[in-house]
Design a protein around this ligand. Structure first.
Ligand code: HEM
Length: 115
């Protein structure tokens, strides 16, 4: 695996930390709002994920169904996170809040368990 691939994978994991960490802080602090850590995190996931997809596809290793599902989940998450952040909502609806955390966890689960 070449160095660029490793750097992108590393950034992909940092993006995951930002989006899920931002959500956890919001939950555990009782604020139930969405923050810029989550917004930058999901943007990093999409950007690094798409380039990683290109790299693994070029090597002939891509699971297209899995990566297509991940891409759709990440796009949905981007919309769910960006709108409340851009509108500076103090709080998101409970269903929206838990669905976002659940979808982040499901997307990471798809990455790890769907081999
Ligand atoms: C919330 C969004 C996302 C989360 C939480 C996430 C999570 C992860 C995690 C935890 C891994 C490491 C899996 C492992 O090494 O076993 C991974 C790898 C990967 N992800 Fe994502 N991901 C997200 C979005 C995306 C998107 C949008 C794409 C592009 C379609 C993508 C493409 C990839 C690829 C290609 C790998 C494998 C990298 C490699 O083999 O070096 N991810 N993802």
């Amino acid at each position: 695996m070449d160095f660029v691939h490793l750097v992108l994978r590393y950034l992909h994991l940092l993006g995951f930390a930002a989006v899920f960490g931002g959500w956890l802080v919001s939950w555990l602090s009782g604020r139930f709002n969405f923050n810029t850590a989550m917004l930058y995190g999901i943007a990093v996931q999409l950007a690094t994920g798409i380039v990683l997809y290109g790299i693994v596809a070029a090597a002939g290793d891509a699971n297209h169904a899995k990566l297509g599902v991940k891409f759709l989940l990440a796009l949905l998450l981007a919309v769910m996170i960006a709108i409340p952040v851009w509108k500076k909502r103090d709080k998101v609806a409970a269903g929206h809040f838990w669905a976002t955390g659940g979808l982040i966890a499901v997307t990471a689960g798809v990455a790890v368990f769907w081999q």
